[in-house]
Structure formats: structure tokens, C-alpha cells
Design a protein. Structure first.
Length: 212
């Protein structure tokens, strides 16, 4: 990992919950290192008007950055482990049905910059009153796209990745009603052919969506 990234995160105190091995395993060559000033200007100072979502690990803002529409996730400083997990996965894995990571920032807080997906998430379409109901063909296509994204990280990457937080809110829908899997903060990597000899010591994911 670039020395500059290590030093920036160290200065923010974000390394308190990470390990040297986690940092060494991350390559960010294909991601852009944005400045805090650039992110702040593109979101009007992280204004409420630019806020498009909020989750367990932070707040998401809409922005137009360097000529591209993006979603900027401002993560809690306590979410260092989740920040590294997303950075690790999305700088190694690229697929049509996985959200694309554009860059990051580690000044004063932890930020991840993604492509902006126009039609919100599947939960908003299924449960909300703002979005129009999805047709059955659209629902089938969204299910297929999501399954293809998961199949790719489960079977066609080295190491393979287990998402561990699949739910309708983490399935994003683009303007053509094709879907992309998002939110890799709880993702776990597993070596191909490896078998874990230990049972999980804590529950992860979202109640109602976790496997039994």
C-alpha cells in the first residue's frame, strides 16, 4: 500500500483497530486519493441537501466530482475495520454487478467514493412509497444480476470473498434497472479450498437477513 496512505490513516488515529497485515494486503493503485477539500466542495460542505443515505457505518452524499456523478460515504472513525474491508475488496474485484469504487480520502475522517447509481436501492422500490413498483421481469433481472455478482466473488476470485450482509438495501439499481451489489464492510475473505476449523464468535450482518 502506498506509504502516503499509511501515514495519513496513522495521523487520523484510524490504525488503532487495524493490523499491519491488513494494510499490507491492500493495493490502491487503481483508486484515486481525493483531498478532503475536494470532497467538501463537491458536497456543499457535506450538506443535508446532498445526503442520500445513511447506514450503520456512515452517511452517504451525492456529488459531482471531476465531471462524474458519485456517491461519497463518510464513515465513522470507529468503522476502521469496515473501511479497510471495502477498500481491500473493491480495489481487487471488478464486475458489472458489483458497485465500482472510484477512490478514497483519509483526511480527518474516512471516505470512500463510488460510482453513483441512479435508481436507489431495492429496499426503496419494494418498501417505499416514493419509487414506482417494479415489474416482475425487472425483479427477475435484478435477482439474476445480484446472483451473478455474488457468484463472482464467491467462486471466481482469489481469494474468494463472502459478503455477509446481503439485503435489499445493499442491492443498488441503475437507470436501466440492472443491479449492483454494494456495501462490503463486513466481507470476509477465504482462501480457495480453505476450511475454517473455528466457529464464528459473533453474529454479523442484519437481523432478518442472516442465515440460520
Amino acid at each position: 500500500v502506498p506509504q502516503s496512505l499509511m501515514m495519513k490513516i496513522w495521523k487520523t488515529g484510524a490504525l488503532m483497530r487495524s493490523t499491519p497485515q491488513e494494510i499490507a494486503d491492500i493495493t490502491v493503485d487503481k483508486s484515486v486519493d481525493f483531498s478532503l477539500q475536494e470532497l467538501a466542495e463537491s458536497t456543499n460542505g457535506f450538506s443535508i441537501a446532498n445526503k442520500i443515505g445513511e447506514g450503520g457505518f456512515g452517511v452517504v452524499y451525492y456529488a459531482e466530482l471531476r465531471g462524474e456523478k458519485v456517491a461519497i460515504k463518510k464513515m465513522d472513525m470507529q468503522a476502521t475495520k469496515e473501511f479497510f474491508a471495502e477498500l481491500k475488496v473493491l480495489t481487487h474485484v471488478h464486475h458489472l454487478n458489483l458497485v465500482r469504487l472510484i477512490g478514497y480520502c483519509t483526511e480527518d475522517s474516512l471516505f470512500l467514493v463510488y460510482e453513483f447509481i441512479e435508481n436507489g436501492n431495492l429496499s426503496q422500490h419494494l418498501r417505499g412509497s416514493v419509487m414506482e413498483p417494479l415489474s416482475w421481469p425487472a425483479r427477475v433481472q435484478i435477482a439474476l444480476d445480484s446472483a451473478r455478482g455474488l457468484e463472482y466473488i464467491h467462486e471466481h476470485t482469489v481469494p474468494v470473498y463472502i459478503h455477509r450482509d446481503i439485503k435489499s438495501a445493499n442491492i443498488l439499481i441503475d437507470r436501466n434497472f440492472r443491479s449492483k451489489v454494494a456495501d462490503f464492510g463486513l466481507t470476509k475473505l477465504t482462501e480457495v479450498g480453505g476450511v475454517s476449523s473455528t466457529l464464528p464468535t459473533r453474529l454479523v450482518g442484519t437481523f432478518g437477513y442472516m442465515p440460520p
